[in-house]
Design a protein around this ligand. Sequence first.
Ligand code: ADP
Length: 264
Amino acid sequence: IIGRVWSFRDVSLRVRAERERERLLREAHEAIQVRDDFLSIASHELKTPLTPLRLSLQVLRQLLESRQPGMLSRVDRALGQVRRLSSLVNDLLDASCVGVGRLELQRAPVSLRELALEVSSDFLAISDQHPITVDAPDEELLVLGDSGRLSQVLTNLMENALKYSPLGGAVHVSLVRDGADAVLSVADSGIGIPKEEQDHLFERFFRARNAPISGFGGLGMGLYICRDIVDRHDGHIWVESELGRGSTFHVSLPILATRTFMST
Ligand code: ADP
């Protein structure tokens, strides 16, 4: 009888532990759902007023240009802040789409050569504090992909390269062919990333412990979004970095076709 009582107790303890485990899993799942819903709703709501705000500032800028040019720098500063806010909100919005597999891609042949030159020249136009160099091959490497999303990846890597480098730190963008893949790389000589943290860089909300040195804030979502975009192009993204010496981020994508670029 005693033996039966003990085995009955054992079974009921196991059943109770199993129920507790299921309850905790359910609660964790619900908490993730609430977080993702919040992220999605909050980013949509935050995005709505930003467009009219930016347009109003642009109109104000045009008016001031002829009447009170002395005030222009203030409006430009406000426009800069609106741009920064828009980029953070877009990251939030994208991250909420990545979480539920809803980041949309419009695929067409994309010349990585053109993309690298275009994105780099955008940065050259606005960054006078960092030397930026570009090395692109004489052949056009075509991939099948979403040019807007691929530009977003390169933009993010270049923004990070500038953000995590001291003033004057050089940034080098290169595109090379490696067998059946095209490899786009962004190298900087900035703060680098601790070895033991490099495996976590592409996780949502992850920031390395030395990130605050840069003096710039961040949400730790850019690389998470980049990895999703690259994965969905059947590519790879990885980093080589040495603490205090700099980092190089590489993106490899399968080549669809090549075309020799004829300079005239
Ligand atoms: P954010 O820059 O907004 O924090 P990201 O997802 O773009 O988010 O980057 C994640 C983390 O990876 C950063 O917080 C930083 O710690 C590290 N990181 C990314 N790029 C670089 C870089 N070029 N140099 C040093 N650290 C970097």
